[in-house]
Design a protein around this ligand. Structure first.
Ligand SMILES: [Zn+2]
Length: 208
């Protein structure tokens, strides 16, 4: 029988304890048939141990969690939203080019050091959110684009803060510099670079 290593079981328990009503539909740990055709930390090793979990990002501050986890001695790498952070490169972010962009869930791989596998010491998930917070979500979000006259509002300011400092002055006015910043962001995220902040771009910015 395959088993998830205790340290990752502990991580999942802490996330569940902090956000009990989170969406778990994209959660996973043991590889499916497709995983078993390739090398994956979701496949049980020779001892039957699985060294990876996927965590659904709906209902949790995934950016903050991923940031918190990078550098953790028990982990090898973390993948989220087209980026991968790996211990082998000192946890520097790099574009992730695998077929699954990891937008609906983040993936965490742990190492095979038996001491780490069994280590159930807290991951510190309970403390996430005590530090700087992402920009406050505006009340109403529209599809934003460069128009004449310009679109203005709190949702425009949100986008400018998200892209700060690339978008220039945070004045809530969607001008050419905001447009250029949005296109840059879209290219970086691998989505259509049309300068339009619609459903896909909002979702990439953490709005659903
Ligand atoms: Zn995974």
């Amino acid at each position: 029988m395959a088993a998830l290593i205790p340290c990752l079981d502990q991580l999942r328990d802490e996330i569940d304890a902090r956000w009990p009503s989170r969406d778990r539909r994209s959660d996973g740990w043991k590889g499916d048939a497709a995983h078993q055709l390739r090398v994956s930390d979701h496949n049980p090793d020779s001892r039957g141990l699985v060294h990876a979990i996927d965590v659904d990002v709906d209902g949790i501050p995934a950016d903050a969690i991923v940031h918190h986890l990078t550098g953790a001695p028990r982990l090898k790498y973390v993948i989220y939203n087209r980026f991968i952070w790996s211990r082998t490169v000192a946890w520097a972010p790099a574009r992730y080019t695998g077929t699954n962009p990891h937008i609906g869930h983040f993936h965490a791989s742990a190492d095979s050091n038996p001491g780490h596998e069994q280590d159930r010491s807290p991951w510190g998930i309970a403390t996430i959110g005590a530090g700087p917070r992402p920009p406050v979500k505006p009340a109403g979000i529209r599809t934003l684009r460069l128009t004449d006259p310009r679109m203005t509002g709190a949702d425009v300011a949100f986008v400018q803060r998200w892209l700060d400092p690339r978008a220039g002055k945070i004045d809530g006015v969607f001008g050419p510099r905001t447009d250029a910043a949005v296109r840059w962001y879209q290219r970086m995220r691998g989505i259509t670079a049309d300068g339009i902040v619609g459903a896909v771009t909002w979702k990439n910015m953490g709005m659903r």
